[in-house]
Design a protein around this ligand. Structure first.
Ligand SMILES: C[S@@+](CC[C@H](N)C(=O)[O-])C[C@H]1O[C@@H](n2cnc3c(N)ncnc32)[C@H](O)[C@@H]1O
Length: 366
């Protein structure tokens, strides 16, 4: 393991701890998954704040895991560190013997360790071999993508994952260049992208190669496919009262997160029924209103936080929630009836068993 390069300040740390606290600090041994362990900044803070909590930390990057292991050494008796892609979470939990979990954090994207590495090719700002694999033990590299994909495939990757307006032009420039000689370095690729977009566009929206590098990284690591599978699988494993927090750094990740949560917080029953049918009610409630953004102070202290979007949700007990809804519906109907002319101020309504007996007679009170 080499020297730790750069520094990593965990993004929205206090907010993440605040959101996870009711789930992890409710007494007894609770289980928290850090699905993107990285340098374990968030994980260490969780372990400190919750002395009873067991941490399961996943990362696909063996170098990150090695650093995390050192950092978390003093908590070793309640920490499991796993080399895994986060869509493998169900298998990891089964193997370790944890059917349910109480908290899970996804802090998506690359770590500063990866970005700052002079040899991994994530950064357009420094020259390196075009690798970009978070897991250097398997998978195709960015060099293979750039030198073998067809024009339509390259253009699609750049357009969809990079939201790059000039995807077609950049793909054409890549194909022309690789016919001359294979593209093997991040500096050459960054220069090629800069040259292939119109001069006025080079002056806006940050470095011209930023979107291309993001797109290639997402393609190489199959980031969105893994996230799309991992989010519902993680939600499925949360105990009632358990909480998920997701930190996204681009709109594609945030859209997938929003969709996965929306699926759980909506009712699946007929909309015209006054109460939920059993099994059709929401199974989660949102803890964030829309996507939460970082404050100015955090962005000033930690530029990596600038693009973050936080969403969080808690698993609810559908039966308790069903009961709550039924009670609310009853009292709503009672109030409505009280205001209907001719029914009298204490009139009970159909379905209000507290006001009528089984045969529909008012009164009784037993
Ligand atoms: C932004 S960093 C996490 C930083 C961490 N929260 C901390 O405080 O140090 C993201 C980490 O997630 C890992 N990662 C990204 N996608 C992953 C995936 N699909 N499965 C497992 N790990 C992943 C990366 O290798 C990286 O180490």
């Amino acid at each position: 393991m080499g020297e730790l390069r750069g520094t990593h300040v965990p993004v929205l740390l206090e907010r993440c701890l605040e959101l996870l606290a009711p789930a992890l600090g409710r007494g007894g041994r609770t289980v928290h998954v850090d699905a993107t362990l990285g340098l374990a900044g968030h994980a260490e803070a969780v372990l400190r704040a919750h002395p009873e909590t067991v941490l399961i930390g996943l990362d696909r990057d063996t170098e990150a895991l090695a650093h995390a292991r050192v950092r978390l050494a003093r908590f070793a008796d309640r920490v499991h560190l796993e080399h895994a892609v986060y869509d493998e979470l169900p298998e990891v939990l089964d193997r370790l013997g944890y059917p349910g979990i109480d908290g899970i954090l996804f802090d998506l994207g690359v770590s500063s360790l990866q970005l700052d590495a002079p040899d991994r090719g994530f950064a357009y700002a420094q020259d390196a071999p075009l690798d970009m694999r978070m897991d250097q033990t398997r998978g195709v590299t960015a060099e293979e993508v750039v030198n073998t994909y067809s024009h339509p495939d390259l253009a699609r990757v750049l357009r969809v994952y990079g939201e790059e307006k000039f995807a077609g032009r950049i793909a054409s420039a890549i194909i022309r260049e690789r016919e001359r000689a294979p593209i093997t370095s991040s500096a050459r690729l960054a220069e090629l992208v800069r040259e292939s977009i119109p001069a006025p566009a080079r002056r806006t929206g940050g470095h011209p190669a930023k979107r291309t590098f993001q797109a290639l990284r997402i393609e190489v690591n199959r980031e969105l496919a893994a996230l799309e599978t991992a989010l519902p699988a993680a939600l499925d494993r949360l105990n009632v009262g358990g909480r998920m927090v997701v930190l996204s750094y681009h709109s594609l990740e945030d859209r997938l997160t929003k969709a996965a949560l929306a699926e759980r917080v909506r009712s699946k029953g007929p909309i015209d029924l006054p109460v939920e049918l059993p099994g059709s009610g929401p199974t989660f409630r949102l803890l964030s209103r829309g996507a939460e953004l970082p404050g100015e102070v955090e962005v000033a202290a930690n530029p990596r936080a600038a693009s973050v979007r936080l969403r969080a949700a808690e698993r609810i007990d559908p039966n308790a929630e069903q009961q709550g809804r039924t009670d609310r519906e009853r009292s709503r109907r009672r109030v409505k009836a009280m205001h209907q002319p001719g029914t009298g101020s204490t009139a009970a309504t159909a379905g209000d068993s507290g006001g009528r007996d089984r045969d529909g007679r008012r009164g009784g009170g037993t």
